[in-house]
Design a protein around this ligand. Structure first.
Ligand SMILES: [Zn+2]
Length: 345
């Protein structure tokens, strides 16, 4: 295997690279939220279907489900947000939404959704995303034994910033995206795009060095199915890259339902390090590395200062609460994993 680049082995340079795409650190939380329009995008588009008396989403729009990691029936409810009940699995600890939107309602929502596209296309978001994606590609590439940059498949490619970044670094990227406008924009740029669910595509087995799920698994009713469907697509030694919101993050543990990460129409699964590892390992993936990205330090400080978490301007509450400490404890707001199929799995 080719030696990992110096920045990957050196903790300090790795932290410096992570901090360079952390919106809370680069712009400050309030400025970053204002300039990307994240607050508006986090509003519940299904609010009109929430019964004001019960606070619950209209029952004909939703369906039940059991824990998507271990299959156990839902445990006690934690809270209701946006009309959706968030529960915790008594067996594996996953926080997830049940009931969730019916499959056809969800599919229509994702085909036409535009609110997040405008966040992704905003200048500050795009700039930081490019750095984040380059970081992920370098980290994954270090495990590819000299075959990077190679062929990759990006699941749920969104507005195409990742594919654009990857191709500029020499990768040959294929995007899978069902959102009509996102897919059209990528096709117009000449990218290779599959505009249908993976099970309906005919991608050749054994053809990818890297498969990426950037903030996708939290949106899927059946994340297990998606991860098992991509399994045959890896070539020998190919690696999987996953980023998801971290339910074990400090910001989530402090803010609970006030955290923008909770919104039951779209974020259905809230993994922590344990439940994500359990899911991947049960499907025959071996975790090569797991770390956290993005601190959300501003939201933490704002909340501790009784201000709006996302729009407050609080000074640091405790000077020893640093990005280094947050990532050392796996308290960052995203989990980042590189994994590989175990031989014979
Ligand atoms: Zn479970």
């Amino acid at each position: 295997m080719s030696p990992a680049p110096d920045w990957l082995k050196d903790k300090k340079s790795r932290l410096e690279r992570k901090n360079a795409f952390d919106g809370a650190l680069v712009y400050g939380t309030a400025k970053f939220n204002r300039e990307t329009g994240r607050g508006n995008a986090a509003k519940n588009p299904f609010q009109e279907y929430v019964d004001p008396d019960t606070g619950m989403i209209r029952p004909d729009l939703v369906r039940p489900r059991s824990c998507p990691v271990c299959g156990e029936p839902p445990g006690p409810g934690l809270f209701i947000k946006g009309g959706f009940r968030h529960v915790r699995c008594p067996s594996c600890g996953l926080i997830y939404v049940s009931l969730i939107l019916r499959e056809d309602v969800m599919l229509r929502y994702w085909r036409d959704e535009l609110a997040w596209m405008s966040v992704l296309n905003s200048g500050p978001q795009e700039e930081l995303d490019r750095l984040k994606f380059a970081y992920g590609l370098d980290a994954a590439g270090a495990w590819l034994e000299g075959r990077a940059p190679g062929k990759l498949l990006d699941m749920g490619a969104g507005n195409g910033t990742f594919v654009r970044t990857a191709n500029s670094m020499g990768w040959k990227a294929t995007a899978l995206e069902i959102n009509t406008e996102c897919a059209e924009a990528m096709l117009n740029e000449g990218f290779q795009v599959i505009v249908k669910p993976l099970e309906l595509s005919d991608l050749p087995h054994g053809s990818f060095d890297l498969v990426t799920f950037w903030e996708v698994l939290e949106h899927l009713a059946e994340p297990r199915l998606a991860l098992s469907r991509v399994a045959p697509l890896f070539n020998e030694g190919g690696v999987l890259l996953v980023m998801v919101p971290n339910a074990g993050s400090l910001v989530t543990r402090i803010l609970h339902e006030k955290s923008n990460t909770f919104g039951g129409h779209s974020h259905l699964n809230h993994f922590d390090a344990g439940s994500l590892a359990r899911l991947l390992e049960s499907l025959g993936y071996q975790i090569l590395e797991m770390e956290t990205l993005l601190t959300e330090l501003g939201a933490i400080n704002n909340h501790l200062d009784f201000q709006d978490p996302y729009l407050g301007e609080a000074a640091s509450f405790a000077s020893d609460l640093t990005p280094e400490l947050i990532h050392d404890r796996m308290w960052g707001s995203r989990l980042f994993v590189i994994a590989r199929r175990k031989p014979g799995a």
